[in-house]
Design a protein around this ligand. Structure first.
Ligand SMILES: [Fe+2]
Ligand SMILES: [Fe+2]
Length: 166
């Protein structure tokens, strides 16, 4: 049944969704880091794992700043993206080809997060959640920087090596 939904409800829903997404990622990024053959790529995943832990804490601060209560829910989109990464890990042997696949899977994750935080910032601004928006923007910038770093991996070592191996 549809309920009357306000823009405040939507903000809570979206924040609860990304909270679930980040928590799922704290588990998945560890696996990506251990699976990557390229040391620098493994290190990049590890760095983003640490950032992601900080992002979860940052959402706790957003909750404090706004006084909202998060809903218990699962981000099914992130569950699917992580599942697709797990499929690659099952199907491709460790090496440069799998590394290229991991980069692609991780970029899909970052793009989802960039969309989610971008929308949260826009709606939060509309609602006058100044402090929340300031915090959410910090995370948005971290996600963008991670995406950029992954693009560099995709364009440089990973894909070049993957091509040579074929
Ligand atoms: Fe994140
Ligand atoms: Fe991220």
């Amino acid at each position: 049944m549809s309920q009357r939904k306000t823009i405040d409800d939507l903000f809570v829903h979206m924040l609860s969704d990304i909270y679930s997404a980040e928590k799922q990622l704290t588990r998945a990024l560890g696996k990506l880091s251990r699976t990557a053959s390229d040391a620098a790529l493994g290190e990049a995943f590890k760095t983003h794992l640490e950032e992601t832990q900080g992002q979860v804490e940052r959402i706790d601060k957003v909750v404090e700043a706004t006084g909202i209560r998060l809903k218990r829910m699962k981000c099914v989109a992130m569950e699917g993206l992580i599942e697709e990464a797990a499929e690659l890990i099952d199907e491709i042997e460790k090496g440069p080809v799998l590394d290229a696949g991991l980069v692609a899977a991780a970029q899909k994750v970052e793009h989802y997060e960039i969309a989610a935080y971008g929308s949260l910032c826009a709606i939060g601004k509309q609602l006058g959640h100044t402090e929340a928006v300031r915090l959410l923007k910090q995370t948005l910038e971290e996600e963008k920087a991670t995406d950029l770093k992954l693009t560099q991996f995709a364009e440089a070592a990973g894909n070049a090596k993957a091509g040579k191996q074929a």
